[in-house]
Ligand binder design. Sequence first.
Ligand SMILES: Cc1ncc(C[n+]2csc(CCOP(=O)(O)OP(=O)(O)O)c2C)c(N)n1
Ligand SMILES: [Mg+2]
Length: 730
Amino acid sequence: MATNTQSKPVVDERKGGKSYEGLSREQLIEAYRIMYTSRRLDDREILLKRQQKIFFQISGAGHEAVGVAAGFVLKPGYDWFYPYYRDRALCLALGATPYEMLLEAVGAADDPNSGGRQMPSHWGFPKQNVVTQSSPTGSQVLQAVGCAEAGRYFAAHPNAAAKANGDYREFKDVIFHGDEVTYVSLGDGTTSEGEFWEGLNTASNRKLPVLFVIQDNEYAISVPVEVQTAGGNISRLVAGFPNFHFEEFDGTDPVATYAAFKRSVAYCRAGEGPAFIHAHVIRPYSHSLSDDERLYRPDTERQQEAARDPITRMQMFLIREKILDENALNQLEKQVEEDLQTAVDQALEAAFPTPDSVTQYVYSPSLDPASSAFDTQPLVEADAKKAAPKTMADLINATLSDEMKRDERVVMFGEDVADCSREQYLQEKLIKGKGGVFKLTAGLQCEFGSDRVFNSPLAEANIVGRATGMATRGLKPVVEIQFFDYIWPAMMQLRNELPLIRWRSNNGFSCPAVIRVAIGGYLTGGAVYHSQCGESIFTHIPGLRVVFPSNALDAAGLLRTAIRCDDPVLFLEHKRLYREPFGRAPYPGPDYMIPFGKAKLVKPGNDLTVITYGAVVPRALQAAQKIEREHGVNVEILDLRCLNPFDWDAIAESVRKTNRVIVAYEDSLSWGYGAEIAARISDELFDELDAPVRRIAAKDTFVAYQPILEDAILPQADDLYRGMKELAEY
Ligand SMILES: Cc1ncc(C[n+]2csc(CCOP(=O)(O)OP(=O)(O)O)c2C)c(N)n1
Ligand SMILES: [Mg+2]
């Protein structure tokens, strides 16, 4: 259904005839057909909602001209699309059918958007490169930026697109085109979200071919544009961003809209930079069926708006220009109605998904990171230098380097991760380079180039949102969040986007990125904002793998599994353990991997079990050695090292042997990771227990600066010792 935009106008301008900005009469008729289909499909859905045959409705009414114009200028399956819910006409113009849209509305198994998992108008058409859309307003913007970056990266590194067996690449096809454009749209209200501004900033700075489309209907539910936007006009505010092509126009005029899109897309395709399209549209049908705009908009305002309805405008245009007469228009509309009736009848017959499918595609169905494919042995190095024990920081750095060498799809960015953004200083050998505040990425930019290792702006949502867009396209971003304490601006992306994309698109899209995060306390002076844990907040998110190694060898093996696997991974690196004497190990070689969800037996014992991970492992070991010396209590210590999935079998085996168990963790006690483990033990191993399940963790407060306070707050070896003694005596 996508129209060839190259076709000449039927009337030649040179002969003094009329031009419709390059649109032929046939294309104008087709434009109207799509616009009318879009509007009437909304009407149909509204009816179906009133009949309780569908469960939600949100319309694209008033926005149809924008969608059709964009769909005519851009190319489905070639360009990339991050739409929002009012983009029905766009998706129709790109080739999605009313039937496919209705399948989402009824929640059918065959719904290509989501398999019945998302609300209607949450577009996702893999065939057309329409990337699964979510509900949080604005979260699409940074992903679109990352998508555009990926396209540019593959154009510069075409070999990176090659398939490879044995890792995520086997299941991740890459397609790209050197002049592709990424479309992203949003409403006027959504321009208030910070992620919108972060997206503009990066697209501008990197001159990315992103088409930002603001569909300004002057309302965000009931909040008018002058409350959202300082001065009431977003174009005025963004005018200072360099490298942009700007357009502002009446988006209810299909021909003017088409012309604006043509100019903008040409600018992006030519590699000049991003374009900003500000289309003034209308919203005739309230925000959604759950909203009644008469509560906050008087009739006069609504009537004025109705005079600009793009459907009527287009009808009048076609008649005025003698492209269609009234009879032909009626014929066309009748045909649309008939086709829609057929689509509705078919969609109402469609099979529903089965309840047993609900956990399908939470994770990759193709590659299980807990499988033996990820179980390899460390290399024993003959070379004495390589065989010398290395710190966790050393081995993480070595693993990153190895994987960048092995897989050209791996890119790294974050705050301060580059050696030096001002490359000339490196070239002139004036400086040594930084490579991360903890130096975990040191030397990687020098080794692999500035387009593979680079600094991000100081914006955590920017890091995770862009990584999500890149990974959706097939890159393997391994990005860094500098401190766990500052992960929160990325929370929308981490909770609602990265881990959900596979499930909500019914496996239509996936984004197996790795997010490395420096975490934890015991720093003596780390204080409130450089000591936080909080891993259970992330293990609570389905779709996200969470890893938390306690030593150098595990960090190397698990990081490699994280990079090669097909799921998104949160890789937590304890700052206190980066350079500890505890847990150093020789370099294990470039293929050493540990499967996820396999605990490590740190110390065997018979009297009680301590289940722990991270920086509590060495503290538990210290306490266990002391209690064995002093009281002969023989403690078994299990280091979970991977928190999702976690090794239930190892826990159960140990508890069956010792019958007494402590779950110890660094985060504050209540609602923490130990609660889940303790609950599961009580549930499934109740008969095996000779004592209550105990938790030892931080106090339910924040981590203070003064070392005396820090010691009192975080769990210490002495706390573990006391806990072990009490439980052994119970
Ligand atoms: C982050 C977030 N906050 C709030 C909402 C609830 N919500 C959904 S749409 C909407 C208004 C959006 O207005 P605008 O961006 O102007 O788009 P429009 O609906 O007018 O086309 C709101 C507040 C949401 N979906 N996501
Ligand atoms: Mg709006």
